[in-house]
Design a protein around this ligand. Structure first.
Ligand code: ATP
Ligand code: MG
Length: 192
């Protein structure tokens, strides 16, 4: 089993690079953002709760988010057998610790953390641009600013957490999609 965490700020390209990774390595993709947006679209109870956080740029509370992820893993036990790309999870130290425990229960672990590093100005440009096409309630300047704040205070400390675990591979996330993907592949192949 090979488990990869794709890590980075909002708009850093996690979703885009995940698509390439799925194609190339045949891993199972779990995007917590997509899972939550799907609930919002279907108008479920969970969707209503999620929307109240997402639309103002806040994180879903850890306990709830961890339960959601555990549920996705359990329901897809077979499909996840080869390994998983975790996209958008973990976003807090608490979530990272929970992921470690969940994988350990399956006799598995995180094998590499791909950290897409992009300057804030570029992130804002990308997200504002995406907002014009995506229709996502969180891709507007006010919410984008809040999301970046939340990223720097709650999520970026994970970088040090994974550096300490020897798992963090820093990737320059500016440039062409192809060249970034080539850098990611080098980092992944070195650990496979
Ligand atoms: P990218 O553009 O790099 O794919 P993103 O930040 O735009 O990343 P998603 O990963 O799709 O978007 O997440 C959207 C929102 O869903 C987050 O801003 C947050 O409110 C919520 N969310 C997603 N994953 C988590 C998580 N692990 N913990 C808490 N909230 C989460
Ligand atoms: Mg995404």
């Amino acid at each position: 089993m090979f488990n990869l965490v794709i890590f980075g700020a909002p708009g850093s390209g996690k979703g885009t690079q995940s698509e390439r990774l799925i194609e190339n390595y045949g891993l199972y993709h779990i995007s917590t953002g997509e899972v939550l947006r799907d609930h919002i679209k279907r108008g479920t109870e969970l969707g209503k709760i999620a929307d109240s956080y997402i639309s103002v740029g806040k994180l879903i509370p850890d306990e709830l988010m961890i339960n959601i992820l555990a549920d996705v893993l359990d329901k897809n036990a077979e499909a996840t057998g080869k390994g998983v790309i975790f996209d958008g999870f973990p976003r807090t130290i608490e979530q990272a610790k929970a992921l470690k425990t969940m994988l350990a229960k399956r006799g598995s672990q995180v094998n590499v953390v791909i950290g897409l590093e992009v300057p804030d100005e570029e992130l804002v440009d990308r997200l504002v641009k995406r907002g014009k096409e995506s229709g996502r309630s969180d891709d507007n300047l006010e919410t984008i600013t809040k999301r970046l704040e939340v990223y720097h205070s709650q999520t970026s400390p994970l970088r040090d957490f994974y550096v300490a675990e020897g798992l963090y591979a820093a990737i320059n996330g500016s440039g062409s999609i192809d060249s970034i993907f080539a850098d990611i592949c080098k980092a992944v192949d070195a650990r496979m």
